[in-house]
Design a protein around this ligand. Sequence first.
Ligand code: MRU
Length: 352
Amino acid sequence: MSTPEAILWRDNRLHLLDQRILPGEVTYLPYRDAAGVAAAIKDMVVRGAPAIGISAAYGMALAALAASEGPGEAGWQATLAPARHLLAESRPTAVNLFWALARCDDTIARHNTSTALPRHLIELAQRLHREDLDINRRIGDHGATLLDHPQQVYTHCNAGALATGGYGTALGVIRSAFRDGNITGVFAGETRPWLQGARLTSWELMQDNIPVTLAIEGAAAQLMRQHKPGWVIVGADRIAANGDVANKIGTYNLAIIARHHGVKFMVAAPISTFDGEIDGDAIPIEQRPATEISHQGDRPIAPEGVNCSNPAFDVTPAELVDAIVTEHGVIRSPTRDKVLAHLAAARQETDQ
Ligand code: MRU
């Protein structure tokens, strides 16, 4: 059995696998407008940077389909501006969202007065969706070259098929390395408060028969000392020009613990996750509702009225990262110069 797809496009409707209730229930929710897609992203029906970007592109396509009056006098840019705004407001950290919206902007600008724009936006979203799977297989294979003997690894959150167009980024590396015989086991950190590690990563890996051991985040240092995994392998929501990496809260802790124990630290992400315009300290960090940590579902687990801090992401400084892996190859010990050179080479390769 393989992991169900996170995103489906059927009969001009978007269907999102409701990741909030996995692995207990496999249910797809249908969406017919951009407002619904924006709410689905905010409410974690769909999550993971690449999946958020792909969903936003479908959201723009739905907005164009729903505009039965067509582009109007002002053109599609004006007609679709409210939908674009809603989607852009949904989650702030994953730059893939803004990357996908920028790709939609290009398509809209090219067909601003054409009644064929809805079709062009659907085709764009489908292309981004399809390409992401291919990109992840390439990331996986590049990353797997860094594991040259059988070893255990540690991962955090879910950067798998469920977070992408398929195969995954961090889990893509793990899938490729397992295929090559170089993974003996995976520790999956549970990832409070949404438990992506417990609910999603361990489920995905078990479906592929990749041996996985679930652990609470607080066990990471002990596990690294005791089991000496070769690598921590994580995804990213935004990689800055200086090589700093925003990813699920707790990633920074893991990078510090890994360095202390001589465990190498790998970040696997597509080029669409890079933001060459800013450094790590300027990455916007999403603050999520207090009830996500003060409650379990509807049940309070902390005193009523307690102050809570619930940042969804943190930023790992580049000096703690041993390798960033993209579909274009590996950046070892990332620095600003290496990141910018990698982005320039990737652009050149894509343009050829
Ligand atoms: O809050 P989430 O579940 O969207 O956070 C997801 C992560 O932090 C992932 O590691 C990241 O988006 C990369 S997914 C390929």
